[in-house]
Write a protein that binds this ligand. Structure first.
Ligand SMILES: NC(=O)c1ccc[n+]([C@@H]2O[C@H](COP(=O)([O-])OP(=O)(O)OC[C@H]3O[C@@H](n4cnc5c(N)ncnc54)[C@H](O)[C@@H]3O)[C@@H](O)[C@H]2O)c1
Length: 438
């Protein structure tokens, strides 16, 4: 048992800043606004529904996570955001078409009052969008300063005690980090010189970290997983986490794959295809943005199956991911998986999964949990990469030289053990010999 970590109280308002006020962001905001009026229930969130076991099984101590650790109350959340499309949160939610107007009507006025601030936007990074509501400036450092001014204004106008930023913007095109991302000094030079390799998301992240605001990345593009922004997060003592919300098909993959592996069943093919018709799907129709997603989606199975350790079982695994934009489906995605597995004496079997899911309904609770847990991490004095939040991401950010843990059950244990550790409770190893000692 360790000494508890000193965690500051969650007093006052928590501002949740969302670059990108599209389907995910507005579904998240609408849920919280309706939830706190008692109009709906917020399923899919650990901070809302989760319990945590403490001590021995015979102790019968399983408080709600929210009662175990001090989290911001839903009533204390205030929302702000940026978007190159100037629709308020209500109109953006209607455009996104995720929620029925019957669910939006009771919170209409509050949603309408949330107007996006002008975005830092560059069509080179999101080619299929035409942004009109955008910031102008002589260079990228100036744009970062404008975001910092926005953050400060938001903090003052809303009387926020603390802030967190959770990226809900479109997937940017795939770009490998370059020399300009190698150190904070190089990055700041790059901002001043308008380096084309600095993405808009990195300008928001730089501004947030400079202001001591934790940053979580819900999209697959590389943002804070660069030496430059990691250096800034550490210097300012700010938590960061990413990347790409683990929803839909990858969620199912990281639930199924650890089970097959646990039973030492071989897999020689995993074909995943999706159709979706929301704006995210449209953006992903661009090969550059799809590449970011593909890189993020492909990693999970490799790390779970460890083909180098189990060449007979997973050495020849053919893994393919396809995403097709298909407007009639809107946000209601359909993801098919065909999994070719083999067992005893090599006999083949097949698993077919057809997941008719709703992307934003799965992602919204993750935004809530990330906002509350990132705020908790900051009050607990944590900074840099928050690997314990891997549970939420398709492509978890980890320390250099470490491989990411994708198995959702290991990720869940890690998350809960982190909370136990901070609170000075015994970690749960599931050894359980104490129940059998005379
Ligand atoms: N829904 C899911 O299940 C899920 C899962 C994993 C990741 N994601 C990621 O979450 C992000 C949001 O998804 P969505 O379905 O809400 O998409 P969306 O297209 O509905 O919303 C994205 C919003 O970001 C805005 N935007 C684009 N560039 C911006 C910029 N530079 N600054 C501010 N705003 C900007 C767009 O105008 C749009 O309103 C996407 O990157 C998506 O890939 C979603």
């Amino acid at each position: 048992m360790s000494d508890p970590v000193d965690i500051k109280k969650a007093e006052g308002k928590l501002g949740v800043l969302l670059p990108g006020m599209g389907a995910v962001a507005t579904t998240f905001i609408a849920g919280v606004l309706a939830g706190r009026k008692g109009l709906t229930r917020l399923h899919g969130s650990l901070t809302e529904s989760g319990h945590i076991r403490l001590g021995k099984r015979t102790d019968h101590r399983s408080p709600r996570i929210r009662e175990f650790v001090d989290l911001a109350a839903l009533d204390d959340l205030v929302f702000g955001g940026w978007d190159p499309i100037p629709e308020n949160a209500y109109d953006a939610a209607v455009t996104a078409g995720v929620l029925d107007t019957r669910d939006l009507e009771p919170i209409r006025a509050e949603m309408q009052a949330i107007e996006p601030m002008t975005a830092v936007f560059d069509k080179e990074y999101v080619r299929l969008l035409d942004g009109t509501h955008v910031k102008r400036g002589p260079d990228k450092m100036d744009l970062a300063r404008q975001i910092m001014d926005d953050i400060e204004r938001f903090r003052t106008e809303n009387g926020c005690d603390r802030l967190v930023m959770v990226w809900c913007g479109s997937t940017e095109v795939y770009r490998e980090p370059t020399a300009v991302h190698g150190s904070l000094a190089a990055f700041e030079e790059g901002l001043k010189n308008n380096d084309p390799e600095i993405a808009p998301s990195q300008i928001y992240a730089y501004a947030a970290l400079q202001m001591g605001v934790p940053y979580a990345n819900g999209a697959p593009n590389v943002t804070v997983d660069t030496p430059a922004l990691l250096e800034l997060a550490k210097r300012e003592g700010v938590p960061i986490a990413g990347k790409d919300y683990k929803t839909g098909q990858t969620l199912i993959k990281t639930i199924l794959a650890p089970g097959l592996k646990a039973r030492m069943l071989g897999v020689d093919g995993w074909f995943s295809t999706n159709i979706l018709g929301n704006r995210d799907g449209e953006v992903l129709d661009d090969p550059g943005s799809f590449r970011s997603k593909e890189v993020s989606k492909l990693g999970a199975l490799d790390y779970i199956f460890q083909p180098e350790q189990y060449p007979d079982l997973y050495g020849d695994l053919y893994h393919k991911v396809r995403i097709n934009y298909y407007p009639p489906r809107g946000d209601n995605k359909e993801g098919w998986d065909n999994i070719d597995i083999f067992g005893w004496m090599g006999y083949p079997m097949q698993i077919k999964v057809d997941f008719l899911c709703r992307d934003s309904i799965l992602a919204a609770p993750l935004v809530l949990d990330l906002a509350l847990f990132m705020d908790l991490a900051q009050r607990a004095g944590q900074s840099g990469i928050q690997e314990w939040l891997s549970f939420y991401f398709k492509s978890p950010q980890v320390a250099e030289g470490l491989y990411p843990e994708h198995d959702i059950f290991i990720q869940q244990t890690k998350l809960k053990n982190t909370l136990r550790h901070w609170m000075g409770e015994e970690l749960i190893t599931h050894l359980g010999t104490e129940y059998y000692e005379e």
